[in-house]
Design a protein around this ligand. Structure first.
Ligand SMILES: [Fe+2]
Ligand SMILES: [Fe+2]
Length: 266
């Protein structure tokens, strides 16, 4: 079996436990050298990844704001994060299913590319489990609240252009996570929810390398195609991302992830 085919299995898995297990299994098989690079893939990449019947998907405007002073409010925040991690598993799997054989990645770099995204997918599955376990501790469960489909929509709009995918998913959306997570951690601590704060702290630390991986491969494409990275970033952003980049930015974390501040500063 090749890596693309296995990544499609991860995408197709509908129940959260099944998707998490498939992501970990892909990582194990890859590290054991049991998934091939290249070769034809007989299965189509699903347009919509497998997901449980709930959460109900609604437009972002109808997702309620949450007050962290109550257990329900914290459960709502943790639920939103669980949904992000669930989608992040899909985004990493889609990166492999769609782009593992991309001609825009140099052949002598392809193994590194796959390694990176297999690792990200494995991390996201672990993040989902941590957050979901915390949600259960708060008497919640994944699916209990509506959620929006923004992350997967970003995957669909960038399904034909690897550089655009790298800009929108890791370098904009995941980088946004780096901007907002420290405040969330601070708020959770201030209402006495140490357990949730610790989990978000772990995720925060591990998301910096994810953004770094996205930036690295974006730069790789720019260099090999002799594109100006900043101009390319900005033009892909304009074409593929509806929103604007909103400050405040976490400059320190973004710098650690290798995103030059000239890319996003207004
Ligand atoms: Fe994550
Ligand atoms: Fe991530």
């Amino acid at each position: 079996m090749n890596i693309q085919r296995k990544a499609i299995d991860v995408l197709r898995a509908a129940e959260p436990a099944e998707k998490v297990a498939a992501a970990h299994e892909m990582a194990e098989l890859w590290r054991d050298g049991r998934l091939q690079i290249g070769g034809a893939c007989d299965t189509q990449i699903p347009r919509a990844p497998g997901r449980p019947e709930k959460p109900e998907l609604v437009s972002p405007q109808t997702v309620k704001r949450r007050r962290l002073g109550t257990i329900e409010g914290r459960a709502a925040l943790i639920h939103a994060i669980a949904h992000i991690e669930f989608n992040a598993i899909n985004l990493a799997a889609d990166m492999l299913a769609r782009y593992a054989s991309s001609p825009r990645i140099a052949d002598d770099k392809r193994r590194d590319f796959i390694n990176d995204w297999v690792g990200v997918c494995d991390d996201e599955a672990r993040h989902f489990t941590m957050v979901n376990d915390r949600l259960v501790n708060l008497d919640g469960f994944y699916g209990q609240l509506p959620a929006h489909n923004g992350l997967w929509e970003a995957a669909l709009t960038t399904s034909k252009d690897l550089a655009a995918r790298l800009v929108v998913a890791p370098m904009v959306l995941e980088a946004r996570g780096l901007d907002v997570t420290p405040t969330m951690i601070h708020k959770l601590k201030s209402v006495g929810d140490k357990e949730s704060a610790v989990i978000l702290g772990i995720i925060y630390d591990e998301e910096i390398p994810h953004v770094a991986i996205g930036t690295y491969w974006f730069m790789h494409i720019c260099h090999s195609e002799q594109l100006n990275p900043e101009e390319t970033f900005k033009s892909l952003l304009k074409k593929y991302y509806k929103g604007t980049l909103k400050p405040p930015f976490n400059d320190a974390a973004r710098a650690l992830a290798g995103i030059p501040s000239t890319f996003y500063a207004p």
